[in-house]
Ligand binder design. Sequence first.
Ligand SMILES: Nc1ncnc2c1ncn2[C@@H]1O[C@H](COP(=O)(O)OP(=O)(O)OP(=O)(O)O)[C@@H](O)[C@H]1O
Length: 322
Amino acid sequence: MNAPNINAQSPLELRATSKFFKGKAAVKDMSFSAPKGQILGFLGPNGAGKSTSLRIALGVLSPDSGEALLFGEKPNLKNLRRVGFLPEERGLYRKMTTRAIISYYGRLKGLDRKTSLSRADEMLQRFGLGDHLKTKISDLSKGMAQKVQILSTLVHKPDLIILDEPFSGLDPVNQQDLELLIREEHARGATIIFSTHVMEHAERLCDRLVIIGKGQKRFDGTIDEAMSLIPETADISTEGNFDLHAALEKSGFTSSYDKEDETGKHWRIDLSHGERAQDVLRAAINAGAPITSFTPHRAKLRDVFVSLVGEDESPAETEENH
Ligand SMILES: Nc1ncnc2c1ncn2[C@@H]1O[C@H](COP(=O)(O)OP(=O)(O)OP(=O)(O)O)[C@@H](O)[C@H]1O
C-alpha cells in the first residue's frame, strides 16, 4: 500500500479549476472532492463540463487555473495506478479476446500475468460473460463490449474508480449488473465517482452528488440534502365534515381543500422547506382528524436536477427513454 498522504480522506479533489476552449469556459472555478469510500454521482446536462472535469482530475487535460489532486498529489504515474478510469469514448482492440484484453489492462496497471488472467476469468464469469472468455471483441454486441471495457477498468482493484457515463448504451439487465458491480466495488472499499444523466441510478447508488451546469457547480451534498431543495407535499383524506384546514392552521400548516366525494374530504398540504410529511400527519392525528388515507409526496432527484440545471440544455434522459 502507498504511504499515507496529506489528503487521505479525499482520493480526488479539484480546487478552483477552470478550463477554456477557444476562449469559452468548459469548466469554471470548479471545486469538489470525492470523499474516501463513498459513491459520488457527478451529474449535469449535456455539455455541462463533466468529462472535462474528470479529464482534468486525471491529468489528461491540464487546467488553465486551479489544480487537481489525486490522493493528495498532482496526477502522476504512481497515483494513476490506483485509479480505474472508464472514459466516455468507448473502444477496445477488436481483434483481442475478452480475457486477453482484460488481463492486458491488468498488466498495464502492474498485475502479473497469472493474476491478471485469473481475475479476467473470474470477472467475466461473475458478470454474465462466462461463455465468452475466448470471444473476440469484434464478435460481441456493443453492450457486451462495453461491459468488458468496464471490467478492464476494475481488474487491478483500484482504490479510486472514475466512470464517465458507464450506464449509457447498456440494456436494463446490464445496467442492473453494473449497479451490482458498483456496489461490490464500494463494499470492497473503493471510492467511486460516476457521471450520468440518468437520475434513477444516481438516486439508488450515490452517497453524495455534485450537480454542475454550464461548467459551474450548482449543488454539492447528500441525496437527502438535494431532495430537501424541493418541498414535500402530502395528501390526506378525512371522514365526515372534519375541517382539516382549520385544524392544521393552528400548527402552522397550509392545506388546500381538493375535493369532496362519498368517501370524505381530500386535502393537499404544501409543506415548507425542511418540513416533513410525517410532521403534518402527526399534527393531524393530534388534532383528532378522522384520517382515512395519507400519501406523502417527496420530490424525485429528477425534479431537483431540472430545478437546478433544467434551463441549461437538453432534458435529462430517463431509464425509459434511454
Ligand atoms: N477538446 C475540446 N475542444 C473544444 N471544446 C471542447 C472540448 N472538450 C469539451 N469542449 C466543450 O466544453 C464543454 C463541456 O464539454 P464536456 O464534454 O466536458 O461536457 P459533458 O458534461 O461531459 O457533456 P456530455 O454529457 O454531453 O458528455 C462543451 O461545450 C464542449 O463542447
